[in-house]
Design a protein around this ligand. Structure first.
Ligand SMILES: Nc1ncnc2c1ncn2[C@@H]1O[C@H](COP(=O)(O)OP(=O)(O)OP(=O)(O)O)[C@@H](O)[C@H]1O
Length: 622
């Protein structure tokens, strides 16, 4: 809208003020009137008149100019600047213009006021709404707070009730626990007693079983040939006992007390738990055992001076027990009065557990601390039950401190005896460690020749050589092979030549890794049980019916012959029996096979069946 301003005459003050403000604003654009008029499509004349105050421009022009100047200066027009110009423009219209201008100005102002009033009314409405909302929310929250307070009170009351209940229960349980702990203590004592009684009863059973079998064998039987002098049964304490003569132990024994060679399958009375057959004189020396033999001799000749302890290790049946016993015999023979004891680690642990506490334990300790020479076989089988490792370590320290000799054997080097604990293992490593390896061929031939001589049989050298070349790892297996060849030859009335040996030995000794030996033994037990119609559990159990005893002995014999396991380990697999039981079964079966065709046939058939199967035993054994 264009506004007319009166021409000529004095300009009203208000118009001049507006024109002055417009000119200052326009200067901020930094361009000429003409150029600005061209850019905004305006008439330059009118534009000049606005600026010199001769016409009052419409508000839109003023507003545009404010915006253009702000843009030119790189900013937005400030509300204060707009308001200032608005006031100047209104004043100019009101006082500097015509009546029409004034009407127009008042209308503008009214419109502004109206807009303002509308805005204020809208604001009032919005605020009223917001107030109502806020009040409503406050009311809601108040309600929620009251509900939560109620809930909180109820929960606290319930919690207090539950806490009280728990406290009552805890008090009752604590009381019950105390009672139970007292009962546990009492039962523990009873259990210890019962355990000791069980160990004693087990030993008694073993002993009676041997006596029973020995007694049975005295009774003449149709199919049985007398067995000759019997082996001395082990004493209840697990060592092999001295059978006293009428005047005390071994009256009339040779002056030097040299154990005589016992014929195969029999055992002369033993002394100090030492097997009388195992002396240095009967030990065949070769490259694989020379060092161990030399160390054993040195220890036997001067106990507790050179190597203490002496630790001998190697696989099964390569002469470790033989060397231990030989040391004992030699020491005893050359220094009469030397107190020697040979014991398996298993027996040692049993004795310790059976000793209990108090006097029993004192007696146990005295029995060992009185010794001059302690020979412990199969240390790998020393159980840690009831602190047996610690006890043995203590005995070890005291004996060593008192300059008493200790000799220990094992199927593995001390480093691999982690289960004995670091302290005991350290003691075992502290002396001389010797490794015995399976004998070389020449030694094996010598051993076979000697065995044949003892048995009084004539075996051609080439047959001995054939056997020696086929059975390499285990002397027990080697001797077993000779027994088999002999039995087969005698039953078939054939000469013991190489052909016959080849037939008997075919597949006799399987090539099996050591880790599978126990699996193999378990399979043997299962299959022998199956063959005789009894379970493996019964075979390893305590029942002693005649049929079961024979089947059990056959299984033991086969385990010994067909695996590399030590006799002690085999005994363990048979329900925790000791190695004497296995030795006894072995001797008995050898004799029976040579005498009774039925037994030989059964053993041959069973062996063939066992060899035909190659796989792990069933889960029952796992
Ligand atoms: N070098 C040897 N000279 C004479 N006999 C030997 C020799 N090596 C082993 N033997 C004989 O072999 C049989 C088994 O030996 P021994 O009982 O000493 O074995 P071991 O190594 O202790 O085995 P295990 O750990 O299974 O008991 C014994 O009859 C023993 O006399």
């Amino acid at each position: 809208m264009s506004v007319l301003v009166p021409l000529g005459g004095d300009l009203p003050e208000e118009s001049r003020a507006l024109a002055e403000a417009l000119r200052r604003l326009f200067d901020g654009l930094g361009i000429s009137v003409r150029r600005y008029a061209a850019r905004r499509h305006r008439d330059p004349g009118s534009l000049s008149r606005f600026l010199n105050g001769t016409r009052i421009p419409p508000w839109e022009f003023v507003h545009d100019l404010i915006r253009d100047v702000a843009e030119e200066q790189g900013r937005a027009p400030t509300p204060e600047a707009i308001e200032l110009m608005r006031r100047l423009h209104r004043t100019a219209l009101a006082y500097g213009g015509s009546a029409l201008n004034r009407v127009q100005a008042l209308e503008d102002e009214l419109a502004d006021a109206d807009r303002q009033s509308l805005r204020s009314a809208a604001l009032v409405r919005a605020l009223e709404g917001a107030l109502a909302d806020t009040q409503q929310r406050a009311t809601d929250l108040e309600l929620q707070i009251r509900q939560l307070h109620g809930h909180q009170d109820r929960t606290a009351a319930e919690k207090n009730k539950a806490l009280q209940l728990y406290e009552d229960q805890v008090t009752a349980l604590l009381r019950e626990r105390q009672d139970l702990m007292e009962q546990v203590e009492a039962l523990g004592e009873e259990l210890k007693d019962a355990h000791a009684r069980r160990v004693r009863a087990e030993r008694r059973c073993e002993e009676l079983e041997r006596q029973l079998v020995a007694a049975e064998e005295q009774v003449p039987q149709e199919d049985t040939v007398a067995e000759g002098p019997r082996a001395e049964p082990p004493a209840a304490d697990g060592t092999r006992a001295v059978r006293p003569g009428p005047d005390g132990p071994r009256a009339g024994a040779p002056a030097a007390d040299v154990p005589r060679e016992a014929p195969s399958g029999e055992r002369a009375p033993a002394r100090h738990g030492l097997d009388p057959r195992f002396v240095f004189e009967t030990f065949v020396v070769g490259d694989t055992n020379r060092f161990a033999h030399g160390a054993a001799r040195a220890v036997a000749e001067a106990p507790a001076t050179l190597y203490n302890p002496l630790f001998v290790y190697g696989t099964s049946a390569i002469g470790k027990t033989h060397l231990l016993c030989a040391i004992g015999h030699h020491a005893h023979r050359t220094r009469p009065g030397t107190r020697v004891r040979y014991v398996t680690a298993e027996t040692l642990a049993h004795e310790y557990l059976g000793a209990g506490r108090g006097r029993g334990l004192d007696a146990f300790r005295r029995r060992y601390l009185d010794l001059d020479l302690l020979l412990v076989d199969d240390i790998q089988l020393l159980t840690g039950q009831g602190g047996a490792h610690e006890e043995f370590r203590r005995l070890f320290d005291e004996l060593q401190g008192a300059r008493k000799q200790i000799v220990v054997s094992s199927d593995r080097p001390p480093k691999q005896l982690a289960h004995l604990g670091d302290r005991l293992r350290g003691r075992l490593e502290s002396g001389l460690i010797t490794h015995v390896q399976p004998p070389e061929r020449a030694v094996r031939v010598t051993l076979l020749r000697r065995k044949a001589e003892q048995e009084g049989i004539d075996v051609p050298p080439e047959t001995l050589d054939h056997i020696a070349s086929h059975v390499q790892r285990n002397v027990r297996e080697l001797e077993g092979a000779l027994v088999r060849v002999r039995a087969f030859a005698s039953l078939n009335r054939q000469p013991m030549d190489v052909q016959l040996a080849a037939i008997v030995l075919r597949d006799l000794v399987p090539d099996r890794g050591p880790s599978r030996e126990e699996d193999a033994a378990r399979r043997i037990i299962e299959m022998t049980g199956g063959y005789f119609g009894v379970t493996a559990e019964a075979l390893c159990g305590k029942e002693r019916s005649r049929a079961l005893v024979t089947a059990r002995q056959m299984a033991m014999y086969l385990c010994r012959e067909l695996t590399d396991l030590s006799t002690s380990r085999i005994g363990q697999l048979f329900g925790g029996r000791d190695h004497d039981s296995v030795d006894y079964a072995d001797r008995k079966l050898r004799a029976l096979m040579a005498e009774r065709r039925s037994i030989y046939n059964q053993m041959t058939e069973l062996t063939a069946r066992i060899k035909a199967v190659d796989g792990p035993p069933t889960d029952r054994w796992v």
